[in-house]
Design a protein around this ligand. Structure first.
Ligand code: SUG
Length: 447
């Protein structure tokens, strides 16, 4: 059997990274609203994380930023004239809309799509469904470009199948891989796909009190059907509504899986016992490891502040031991760090800790795991990936120089009205399409 790997595709952070407080229920986003952001630092932190994982011997890929501000969205909403005059008019009459069309939120690649490996799907192809992200306006405009980027990277019908994002009016909210996990014995074997929802759209609805639940059960079920997953290997679980109301808007803020390990806060799921029973039944005869972190070791509030669970749980080449790639904030939080030091001494597969600095992203509620989309591929599938999107030492250097050339040091909310930012952002993306050998890709390049 050929070697199958799990590859991480990280979102390259766009030049308009800013703190606009757009995501209700995401405490970091709300608390940092209107703070000054540092786009150049943000992009370099992201690139340094990719480089670290690449150095550790993991397969690393890249997703490019979306076009921002997104003028086509503004034109659809009735603004006309030159692109520059549109920015001026929107700033005067609808500044909230301008901020939403300027967000660099596509950086959080875990929300790009739900991906099912070929070993789980009926036709043996890797299936992709871009997330519609309809709960937040600024994110709901991502899925078209996300689909185009995924099609440019995984451009071979023999190995890859691309679905459209789900529609459904106010229903069928889908947040992609942030609410989707997979358990398996080996990456190349059929696994159990775990979909985690926060609300039911039809029939008896489950409701959060303070903050919106973003993922709907009906959306998760539709994706499982469209990807051709075996019913016996698919588990649907309800997110803890208390967790959502405490600021854990995505399930990947409170849990992460790798192979046969589920690492989670004890309060992550609404009905833990039922979930464990369902997972054990779907998984079959070999053992799953449920590593639960108790509230009295790490409070839910500390877990959400430090993003302990928004870490990447990985196997480095040649070893069975697992490594957690964690945000620096979980090293700086005393109770979290003390728990982690105990964890690696216990009898679990998690044996190593690596801390990465992604502070600029963290301030908008995006940790290491938010920044990556996992794609499991066998050798033939991997060979069919567009090589321009594979991370190399050379690409690292090229993109660092590109960031230095095009990104601002700082950005604040009033800067979004500056027409120069529109042209700077386009100059950066124009050069990026040359680096990535994409030709005319963004809408502004096609007029
Ligand atoms: O959707 N933040 C993103 C963070 C996404 C994190 N992703 C995962 N957990 N996988 C969101 O809430 C903030 C933008 C702003 O406020 O400017 C934002 O969109």
């Amino acid at each position: 059997m050929s070697a199958t790997v799990e590859m991480n595709f990280d979102g390259l952070i766009g030049s308009t990274h800013n703190y606009a407080g757009l995501s209700q229920g995401n405490l970091a986003s709300t608390n940092n609203a209107e703070h000054v952001s540092r786009p150049r630092q943000a992009a370099k932190e992201g690139l340094a994380k990719m480089q670290r994982l690449h150095q550790l011997g993991l397969q690393q890929g890249i997703l490019i930023p979306h076009e921002r501000p997104h003028i086509p969205t503004l034109r659809k909403m009735g603004f006309s004239g030159t692109d520059q005059s549109i920015v001026e008019k929107v700033n005067k009459s609808a500044p909230g809309l301008l901020a939403r069309c300027y967000s660099a939120s596509s950086m959080w690649a875990a929300n790009a799509a739900t991906v099912s490996p070929g070993s789980d799907t009926a036709d043996g192809r890797v299936h992709f469904t871009p997330a519609n992200l309809k709960t937040m306006f600024h994110r709901s405009i991502e899925h078209g470009m996300t689909g185009d980027i995924l099609k440019a990277i995984f451009n071979n019908d023999k190995y890859f199948h691309h679905h459209d994002a789900l529609s459904g009016g106010i229903y069928l909210g889908d947040e992609g891989a942030a609410n989707h996990n997979r358990l398996c014995n080996a990456y190349g074997e059929q696994g159990v796909e775990l979909f985690v929802y926060g609300k039911k759209d039809f029939g008896s609805s489950t409701m959060t009190n303070r903050y919106p639940a973003r993922q709907s059960l009906e959306a998760s079920m539709a994706i499982a059907r469209k990807h051709g997953l075996a019913e016996s290997k698919t588990v649907m679980a309800l997110q803890s509504l208390e967790v959502i109301d405490a600021g854990g808007f995505h399930n990947d803020v409170v849990s992460v899986t790798n192979k046969n390990v589920l690492f989670m806060h004890e309060q992550a799921f609404a009905d833990k016992a039922n979930l464990f029973a369902k997972l054990n039944e779907a998984f079959g005869d070999t053992a799953l490891h449920f590593i639960e972190v108790p509230e009295d070791r790490v409070s839910l509030s500390d877990a959400i502040k430090s993003y302990l669970f928004n870490s990447q749980l990985v196997n480095l080449p040649g070893g069975e031991d697992m490594t957690l790639i964690l945000p620096m904030e979980s090293q700086e939080n005393k109770s979290v760090h003390s728990y982690l030091l105990d964890l690696i001494e216990q009898d679990t597969p998690i044996k190593h800790l690596e801390f990465v600095d992604v502070r600029q992203s963290m301030r908008n509620g995006g940790g290491p795991a938010c920044l990556r989309l996992r794609v499991v591929m066998n050798e033939q599938q991997l060979a069919a990936v567009n090589p321009s999107f594979l991370f190399t030492d050379r690409l690292f250097l090229t993109l660092n120089n590109w960031v230095d050339k095009h990104y601002r040091d700082e950005l604040c909310s009033t800067d979004l009205a500056d027409p120069a930012l529109l042209f700077e952002s386009r100059a950066a993306l124009d050069e990026l399409t040359q680096i990535m050998q994409l030709g005319s890709f963004y809408s502004f390049q096609k007029v």
